[in-house]
Design a protein around this ligand. Sequence first.
Ligand code: FES
Length: 80
Amino acid sequence: MPGSKEPQYQKKPIVVNETAGTKFYCLCGLSENQPYCDGSHKGTNCSPVRVEIKEDRRVAYCGCRMSKELPFCDGTHTYL
Ligand code: FES
């Protein structure tokens, strides 16, 4: 892992009023701009997840990174 940053996982979704377009979801948890990749994964074996948002809408991104529907929350955090 680059530097001494700790992954920012949480047991709840990251809810965003999302705009349409291409987004890159941070899978490593190291980004300081959650839920989006800021390049902090460099040097790890993680890569961001590309997601196409077709229209402006409220999105619940997975905060625990355990969802089976990544990058979206599927409620898995309630069992952790
Ligand atoms: S910073 Fe986490 S995947 Fe890019």
